[in-house]
Design a protein around this ligand. Structure first.
Ligand SMILES: [Zn+2]
Length: 350
């Protein structure tokens, strides 16, 4: 969610009027005992949504990043709802990104809460530092292979390394499997693996109420970039993150839902229309990339520059992931092919 949008809601109205001006978009969730807390992060994405579920056990979905400010906001938010951080009994993790799980270990140790995560996420959460570094090395190699200049790749790597401290390892005490039912006193949450944005994206479906707690699988204001993430099998194969993501979106589209509670920004009440918009966006982008490749063979970095100019430099890995995701669609359709030029990947028509 952009700063501008947040700023716009802070209107110079008397406090008594402010609440009636704009209906709380999270009111329906709150009525179901699910309370959104917006935790600050140092990242471009802005605040992260964590959810306190007033049930037995008292449950927190995600925690926010590992920082004193985030912890402070989290504690105050929980207190405003009449609980304390020490009362938490269960912490559920939606995926491996540090803006969501950096505080898990600290929250678990202060409260004694169990920590639940999908089986595929466990190695990443428990071996955070090693995984982070290995992921970083993988990203660096990917950037070089796809034409990002070495000095840009090196500069980006030092930026990423500085982010490492916003995450932290945690012990997962309750390992979930896809299809499992997580039972709380007043609700049951069906656990689904919906990879693509990250390899570990997990959504929690309250089938009775039609509520989906979705992490970053589906966001209203921004498309959930399917980041190319190091494969867990130790191979250096590039995983087809966007292809995987589109499959996951199809599964969510097929699900009847009243309300999707995302990891950033406002809730979603029309998930099918939003998912169709995302499908159309990715179609358009793939077509555009196909036309650029038809003009002449190009590396993914050259494609990113043609599409986004300087953003391809400052956000090289993000835009590279975006381009490669769409190139994968074209590779699978057989309309482009990959050529190796002395270790540099170039994409050509046909
Ligand atoms: Zn994420």
């Amino acid at each position: 969610m952009s700063g501008g949008r947040l700023g716009a809601t802070v209107a110079p109205l008397p406090a008594s009027h402010a609440t009636s001006e704009r209906e709380d978009p999270f009111a329906a969730a709150a009525a179901a005992g699910i309370h959104r807390l917006a935790i600050p992060t140092p990242f471009a994405v802005g605040r992260v949504n964590v959810y306190l579920i007033e049930d037995e056990p008292l449950t927190l979905v995600d925690t926010g990043p590992n920082s004193g400010t985030s912890l402070d906001v989290l504690q105050k938010g929980i207190a405003a709802l009449g609980h304390s951080l020490e009362d938490l009994e269960l912490v559920i993790i939606t995926h491996q990104h540090i803006d969501h799980l950096g505080l898990v270990s600290l929250v678990a140790s202060q409260s004694g809460a169990e920590v639940a995560a999908l089986d595929v996420a466990v190695p990443f959460i428990e071996n955070y530092s090693e995984e982070f570094r290995a992921g970083d090395d993988f990203a660096y190699e990917m950037m070089l292979r796809h034409g990002v200049p070495a000095d840009v790749a090196t500069a980006l790597r030092s930026v990423t390394r500085a982010f490492q401290a916003w995450g932290a390892r945690a012990d997962v005490t309750r390992v979930l499997g896809a299809g499992d039912e997580l039972r709380l006193r007043d609700r049951a949450l069906r656990v689904h693996h919906r990879p693509g944005h990250s390899p570990t994206d997990t959504v929690f479906h309250d089938e009775e109420r039609g509520i989906l707690i979705a992490g970053d699988h589906l966001l209203r204001h921004i498309s959930s970039n399917p980041l190319i993430t190091r494969p867990r099998d130790g191979s250096n194969e590039r995983p087809q993150s966007l292809v995987t993501y589109l499959e996951s979106l199809k599964a969510t589209r097929a699900t009847d839902l009243e309300l999707v509670l995302p990891g950033h920004g406002d809730p979603i009440t029309d998930h099918r229309a939003l998912i169709d918009e995302r499908f159309a966006l990715h179609d358009r982008r793939a077509n555009k990339i196909e036309r650029l490749i038809a003009e002449r063979p190009r590396s993914a970095y050259e494609l990113a520059q043609a599409l986004w100019g300087n953003i391809a430099v400052t956000q090289a890995y993000l835009t590279l992931s975006e381009v490669l995701g769409h190139v994968d669609l074209l590779l699978n359709a057989g309309t482009v092919h990959e050529v190796d030029r002395n270790g540099l990947s170039v994409f050509a028509a046909g």
